[in-house]
Write a protein of this length. Structure first.
Length: 162
């Protein structure tokens, strides 16, 4: 039973890792080439899909949280010594470093951008909004991407040793 949860956790965490990684190396650099108005519009257009609870995205994102928590609990029952602590450590790192950053940083930033009426903003206001948003969003996305990669690698190694 533990191995099944570990396998699902590894798959879902790795999919989340791919998502945040893609934003780091493709999506945000691509948006970065747009002017301020286009940047806000493009980000709003992609984020609204997530905010409207796109079913597959939600299954992967929320499923990764549930499966990691379940895997951590089951590790206490099925594993001993270092193996148990590795799962608990990297599970906690995932919950805090990927999901926590998302909840505390990205969701509020995304929500603030969703509420912007672009047509009502002048050039300078859009420039300031983008500058403040983009730098913070990218910085924390790079952090959560690094953490997500480390967790995925650790879970893959755990699969091999279980």
């Amino acid at each position: 039973m533990f191995f099944g949860f570990l396998l699902v956790s590894t798959l879902l965490c790795t999919l989340v890792t791919g998502f945040v990684f893609t934003y780091s190396i493709v999506v945000m650099p691509g948006f970065g080439k747009l002017n301020d108005r286009e940047f806000v519009q493009a980000f709003q257009a992609t984020d609204v899909i997530i905010q409207n609870n796109q079913p597959l995205f939600m299954l992967v994102w929320v499923g990764s949280i549930a499966s990691v928590v379940a895997t951590m609990v089951l590790s206490v029952v099925y594993l001993h010594g270092n193996e148990r602590w590795v799962i608990i450590l990297f599970g906690t790192l995932y919950i805090i470093g990927v999901q926590g950053i998302t909840i505390l940083v990205h969701l509020p930033l995304n929500k603030s951008l969703q509420g912007i009426e672009i047509k009502e903003m002048d050039y300078e206001s859009l420039k300031q909004l983008r500058s403040k948003f983009e730098a913070r969003w990218n910085c924390f996305n790079n952090i959560r991407t690094g953490i997500a990669c480390a967790v995925s690698i650790a879970l893959m190694f755990s699969l091999g040793s279980t």
